[in-house]
Design a protein around this ligand. Structure first.
Ligand SMILES: *Cc1c(COP(=O)(O)O)cnc(C)c1O
Length: 365
């Protein structure tokens, strides 16, 4: 089948993967490296899969410069699973019930707050709700608890398009837990500033079904007694993420993505391209008042770009025209409407350029 128009997929997740990775996975589908087996068919305890797992772990450690006193866990249950798994693992640190501090910056931190209430007292230290979730509340305005078990933030709100441009500077005894599901590996980070980093894989890493957790080793053993063994950080860490069967194929694809990122120059190189992609797209949205992105400029996400047409009666026409040009999955999240372009690592600059060309054409520029 001849494919005249290149396809660019702007889905928020599950999302686009690097073409090279999918091609390699296809080539290795039936017989991984002469083993005679598909990765899906391998025992997670066999030497073949162990080598895949160890390479993925080592590559991720290198890409994010994860310090040796941090464990990398390959878990299941998604980002929403972590909303329960993290309080169950950390809230046992102190007198019961523990208090957890949250910054409410949009839909995903909102869900985290709701879930945590089942396990602890919740203190919302600041909220962007009154402003329609268009900014991260300034840290000076946060009303932090004394003796909180931890502070939870969502460093990139996938639906609202709000991204932190700073790391909170708080009492060093209070660990920072960061939901980085939709921007992990898109920019350099200092892992040592966080107690726990977690990310569902299906946004910027690989297939759904894998959840990455990076946790400081001092936080492995503060679990509430109700915490299930399969989700207990210490148990998972002691078993090298194989207390129960891990999502082997998803780990394999994630490993291919990590190797691919290394080949491209690592996270710093990706960040450079991501800055350029975001600059191009926001410039087209800001060019006149045909489109609108409502997020304060300094907190605009480099990964998820929600926008509205001023004349919303043109939404269907806009989406149909986009699809005809190979620009897919631009419809906004149902809770906010409008459009959303997710421009993760695997979205090439040419994809953003194609979208910008279409935005200009549709606006009659
Ligand atoms: C997608 C997403 C989640 C939820 O992930 P699931 O895998 O569906 O549980 C959580 N947090 C953020 C920031 C997300 O983008």
């Amino acid at each position: 089948m001849a494919q005249a128009t290149p396809i660019f997929n702007f889905s928020a997740g599950p999302a686009v993967l690097p073409k090279e990775v999918l091609e390699q996975a296809a080539a290795e589908m039936l017989d991984w490296h002469g083993s005679g087996m598909s990765v899906m068919e391998m025992s997670h305890r066999g030497p073949e899969f162990i080598s895949i797992y160890q390479q993925a772990e080592a590559d991720l450690r290198e890409l994010l410069a994860v310090p040796p006193n941090y464990k990398i866990l390959f878990m299941q249950g998604g980002g929403l699973g972590q909303n329960a798994i993290i309080p169950m693992n950390l809230a046992g640190c102190c007198a019961q019930p523990a208090t957890i501090d949250f910054v409410h910056t949009g839909s995903w931190s909102g869900k985290s707050i709701k879930e945590a209430k089942r396990y602890a007292n919740v203190n919302v230290v600041a909220s962007g709700e009154a402003g329609g979730f268009t900014a991260v509340p300034q840290q000076a305005s946060w009303n932090l608890s004394s003796g909180a078990a931890y502070l939870h933030i969502c460093t990139n709100e996938t639906i609202d398009g709000v991204e932190y441009n700073f790391v909170p500077d708080i009492d060093a005894r209070v660990p920072i837990v960061a939901d980085m599901s939709s921007h992990i590996l898109s920019r350099t980070i200092d892992v040592s500033k966080y107690g726990v980093i977690f990310a569902g894989a299906q946004k910027n890493i690989g297939p759904a079904g894998l959840t990455l957790v990076i946790v400081r080793d001092t936080l492995l053993d503060d679990a509430l007694p109700i915490c299930p063994s399969a989700f207990h950080f210490k148990t998972v860490a002691e078993h090298e993420s194989m207390y129960n069967t891990p999502p082997t194929y998803a780990i394999y694809i994630a490993g291919l993505v990590f190797a691919h990122l290394k080949k491209l120059g690592g996270v710093a190189a990706m960040e450079k391209i991501n800055i350029e992609k975001a600059r191009l797209l926001y410039a087209a949205l800001d060019a006149d008042d045909f489109y609108e992105n409502r997020v304060a400029h300094e907190y605009r996400s480099r990964m998820n770009v929600p926008f509205f047409l001023r004349d919303e009666s043109q939404n269907d026409k806009f989406l149909a025209g986009a699809k005809a040009r190979g620009l897919l999955q631009l419809k906004g999240h149902k809770s906010v409407g409008g459009m959303r372009a997710s421009i993760y690592n695997a979205m090439p600059l040419e994809g953003v350029q194609a979208l910008v060309d279409y935005l200009n054409e549709f606006a009659g520029r």
